[in-house]
Design a protein around this ligand. Sequence first.
Ligand code: CA
Length: 581
Amino acid sequence: MNREAIYHGPKNLWAYAYNHDTVRLRVRTQRDDIEEVFIYTGDKYDWEKTALTHPMDKFASDAMFDYWEVAVKPTYRRISYAFQFKSGDETLWMTEDGFSYEEPAPPGGYFDYPYLHPIDSLTPPSWAKEAIFYQIFPERFANGDPGNDPEDVEPWGGKPTESNYFGGDLQGIIDKLDYLAELGINAIYLTPVFHASSNHKYDTKDYKQVDPHFGTNELLAELGEACHQKGIRVMLDAVFNHCGYEFPPFQDVLKHGKKSKYHDWFHVREFPLTVKDGIPTYDTFGFFEHMPKFNTANPEVRKYLLDVAEYWIKEIKLDGWRLDVANEVDHQFWRDFRKVVKEANPDAYIVGEVWNDSIMWLLGDQFDSVMNYPFANQVLDFFAEERMDAQTFANKIGALLVRYPKQANEVIFNLLCSHDTPRALTRCGGDKRKLKLSIVFLLTYMGTPCIFYGDEIGLQGDDDPDCRKCMEWEEKNQDRELFDFYRALIELRKNNRALREGDFRFLQAGEAERTLLYERLDEEKHFLIWMNNTEEEQQLSHPLKTNDWHDALSEEPVPVKDGYMSITLKPFDYRIVCRSL
Ligand code: CA
């Protein structure tokens, strides 16, 4: 056994409270090196009466390692533990003291999880596990009130630029709620809606006023109520990393420099505020001079922004905040933010915009979730652009699964594209079959899926501003076959807990090939998802013990003959089969 590859740290994602009575423990071993892993647990103050042995489950693998996990319910909320590895005739033990071939005497030297404190655990709102989000860029979704259009508004459906307007607004969203209900989504995420200077509104000038081109504060409250009546949750975008150029405190610093009472609200490196060789003398988002970065360590700034966070939760019974450029804001601010938000609404869902590994924010004291761009990249690299074989894809997804505790994986904000990326169908080269494979994966994988507005009717668009084009409302120009496909997959996910919270496991992943079989499984249902991400027809088969499977979408029986299910898939096709347990 390769000891050098074995790793466990008695903290964060390796040893964590899953809920009020369960601790989950993980250990890493070299891939395909070890046949079985067991964990020996007990209470250090009463070992004999509490000692237990649990087999560990190999829940994920990446290119180099296997990852094993087990859920343990300690008798008295405390556990000490040791790992036992078995391969062939060899048995190896590991404690905090190191490796041994003999069973180490408990509990001295064992790993220790001192006490399970629910207050310290990451507890995302349970509704997020059932949510299917729909992301709306309000300027481009629907124009419900021409009366509030910007002066230089262009005809709906024109080419988006960085600065033009098409007149979309909140009334437009209210008018289209029946459409969203028909699609089946049950949560919406709106990019910023507060008063700002741009079409994207990521440069706020007034955090407590809805942008006049979008409507009024009363209309936002009406939108919230109308959504809630249809069982649709609402998440708004909190742009707290930076403000807009016209934000009054920033204007005050521009004018009065160091004498401004707001001079410490920003990260000013040098007064007066100006731009030298393209670089502002104050910190900004990127190097955009019109997006000055807040000094969130300043208690006045904290108070101001936390008040905004609380205000909208109470004002419109907001269900969640998405946090813009969340990784560039200090952790202390987000810790305070979580307290304020959860006190105002314990069920609020907090999603950070972080494009990289986000474990630092997902330990229970900051976010519930993050935008899972790494997921989008792997899924589209595999399905849309065919950049890897299925084994590599499975390894990359495995590597994502082991980044976070289970409860974070259950509500991680999975997307294929957004207002900041090319649209999924465009990355698929317009090939609907590839888009469908990507969507099947998104909607049969764990996490909280999000659909970017218009993807469901075949909208295309390259990187922004092109991806931010107007929604197509002429039914004859919508891809209704694609809409029906989205609707069917959404319904399937909503009707089956196994697809949301069930165990996930790759069963086959072709090497030098792009065929895939994976399962989702809970106490009630077992799903097998077959995929052919190649240009040739493929026949796949898998050994199964029972003959009670059916197609999850058509409900036609799918036979098992001589112990095998055989599935023939056309190029870029999929099949979802299931059985009730
Ligand atoms: Ca309008």
